[in-house]
Design a protein around this ligand. Structure first.
Ligand SMILES: [Ca+2]
Ligand SMILES: [Ca+2]
Ligand SMILES: [Ca+2]
Ligand SMILES: [Ca+2]
Length: 294
């Protein structure tokens, strides 16, 4: 009973406070579930860098990158960053997410662009409370100050968030702090959902048949250099990532996907963690594969 009741609670909170948050919630019949490791996925070792630069274009319909869950994925203390280019989406557009887990029904954190083109983060505690920052307009928790969060002007923008052990969440756009929230909610630890780029997992409302969380919040635009650390980077470190890119020797780097492969299905993690992923819903060619773009 617990997941059902908890889900109802989430409905009230989200529909009652967030407004239009149900876009993309209806997974098509036969949606491929994303939390069962395909036996066919054997990425091997990353190929040598060629110096060529690529990134991925996501269609905003079903495209995504999936990185199978690993114990190295951070929960409450973390940094995530990426470069993005898009116009204002009609609904929420996930950049990188530890979305809702099929078994615990808890998401940990997700970074996305919301309707209108503003950067936002959602955290969820193990009791199903959702926190939305920096507006703090889901379950209110903590105190925020924010500046301009608009990031969807059709040019490349670098976005990053850090959350430290003191529960402070900081937002950076192009290396500059734009929002700070103190006393934020604690992200769930009981989450083994795949990491996703260009989508998240978890629908508003009753679970679909089979009780699996479909992917939602598809990103309509381009993403490059998603990265993740299990520590809160300093402001100067974020500035360096914005200016010169991710340093693969950076301590506590848990994933860095430079998306320079330019071909094939595998998206290689250039961090020491080898959290390799793949384009689309499975490691074979499929309709959810984002496109390689030079
Ligand atoms: Ca939940
Ligand atoms: Ca790239
Ligand atoms: Ca695929
Ligand atoms: Ca597609």
């Amino acid at each position: 009973m617990r997941p059902v009741r908890a889900r109802g609670w989430a409905i009230v909170l989200l529909l009652g406070t967030v407004g239009s948050c149900g876009e993309g919630e209806q997974g098509p019949t036969g949606t491929v579930v994303d939390d069962e490791l395909p036996s066919s996925f054997n990425p091997g070792d990353p190929p040598p860098e060629t110096g060529e630069q690529f990134h991925l274009m996501f269609d905003g319909v079903d495209d995504r990158v999936l990185i199978p869950w690993d114990a190295s994925f951070p929960t409450d203390v973390f940094t995530v960053s990426a470069r993005i280019r898009l116009m204002p989406p009609s609904g929420r557009a996930a950049i990188i997410a530890r979305g809702e887990d099929d078994d615990s029904f808890n998401l940990s954190w997700q970074l996305y662009v919301k309707s209108g083109g503003f950067l936002e983060v959602m955290l969820e505690a193990s009791n199903e409370d959702n926190y939305c920052y920096p507006n703090n307009d889901c379950v209110p928790q903590g105190v925020c100050n924010s500046n301009d969060m608009f990031v969807a002007d059709g040019t490349w923008r670098h976005v990053a968030i850090t959350r430290d052990a003191g529960a402070t969440l900081v937002f950076y756009v192009d290396g500059v702090e734009q929002a700070r929230c103190e006393g934020t909610g604690i992200p769930s630890f009981n989450n083994r959902q795949f990491l996703s780029v260009g989508a998240t997992h978890g629908q508003i409302g009753p679970l679909p048949p089979g009780g699996k969380e479909p992917p939602i919040w598809f990103f309509p635009g381009e993403i490059d250099d998603p990265a993740m650390w299990s520590r809160s980077l300093s402001a100067s470190e974020i500035q360096a990532v914005h200016a010169t890119g991710v340093d693969v020797s950076s301590s506590a780097l848990r994933g860095y996907w430079n998306l320079n492969e330019g071909q094939g299905q595998t998206v290689f993690d250039r961090s020491p963690e080898s959290n390799h992923g793949y384009r689309g819903a499975d490691p074979a060619t499929d309709a959810a594969d984002p496109a390689w773009v030079p």
